[in-house]
Every structure is written in C-alpha cells, then in structure tokens.
Design a protein around this ligand. Sequence first.
Ligand code: HEC
Ligand code: HEC
Length: 87
Amino acid sequence: MKKNRNKTILYNILFLAVCGGVFLFLWSAPPETTAHLPHDENHEKFMQMDKKEAEKYCGECHAKDKIAPLPKDHPPKYRCLFCHKRK
Ligand code: HEC
Ligand code: HEC
C-alpha cells in the first residue's frame, strides 16, 4: 500500500512539473524584446482602441505589397497586440 502512495505523490509532482514547464514556455515565448506598438501618427489611434478592433487595421499597412510589410521570418501573426504590446 505504501508503495502505491509514493507513486501517487510522484505522479502528482511530475504533473505539476509538466504544468510549470508549459506555463513557463507560454510565458517566455515570445521574448520581451518584441517591438512595442510605436507612438506615432500611424499607431497612436490604436492605443485606446479595443485590441480586437485595432487588429483589423494592422493589415492595411503591414502586409505584402503595402507600405510596411512584415519581415519574412515573422512568427504566426494572428492577434498582433498580444506580442506587440502597447505602453
Ligand atoms: C497607416 C499604416 C499603418 C497601420 C494601420 C499600422 N502600422 Fe505599424 N507601422 C507602419 C509603418 C510605416 C511602420 C514603420 C515605420 C515606423 O516605425 O513608424 C510601422 C511599424 C510598426 C512596428 C515596428 C516598430 C519598431 O520598433 O520597429 C510595429 C510593431 C507595428 N508597426 C505594429 C502595428 C500594429 C500591431 C498595427 C495594428 C494595431 C499597426 N502597426 C498598424 C504603418 C502602419
Ligand atoms: C507571436 C507573436 C507575434 C505576433 C502575434 C505578431 N508579431 Fe510582429 N513580430 C514578432 C517578433 C518576434 C518580431 C521580430 C522581433 C522584433 O519585433 O523586434 C516581429 C516583427 C514585426 C515587425 C517588424 C518590426 C521591426 O522592428 O522591424 C512588424 C512591423 C510587426 N511585427 C507587425 C505585426 C503585425 C501588424 C501583427 C499582426 C498582423 C504582428 N506583428 C503579430 C512577434 C509577433
């Protein structure tokens, strides 16, 4: 019986360790170095706007063949403002 209980404890610890790992992974990616939304006339109006609402407009300039295309190696780009924080 005692052996079984030790196993249960071990599995619980493993479970918590995995949860912690996943949490740290999600927390740390992307790194904090990601560029913030700039304060300029192109972006100022998005600072107050609802995030989902604001993100509808990003593509008007940040897309292929527009004035500020995204870099080729840009990560998956849904929800711009989760990564490019406003401050
Ligand atoms: C009217 C056009 C326009 C719209 C709309 C626009 N941008 Fe931009 N953005 C630019 C231009 C031009 C640049 C590059 C020059 C500069 O830094 O201002 C830029 C630069 C950036 C940068 C890089 C800043 C840096 O430090 O290099 C980020 C991040 C960015 N935009 C995010 C966004 C997001 C997110 C949205 C939607 C909420 C958005 N932009 C909407 C024109 C636009
Ligand atoms: C998963 C996180 C993530 C999402 C979502 C995301 N980006 Fe980025 N973006 C990055 C990273 C990382 C870089 C490159 C490193 C940096 O910004 O300094 C980058 C770079 C950029 C740049 C170039 C910045 C520079 O300094 O040249 C622009 C402009 C940009 N992103 C706009 C957008 C727009 C617009 C969206 C939404 C359509 C978006 N990003 C969504 C993470 C993200």
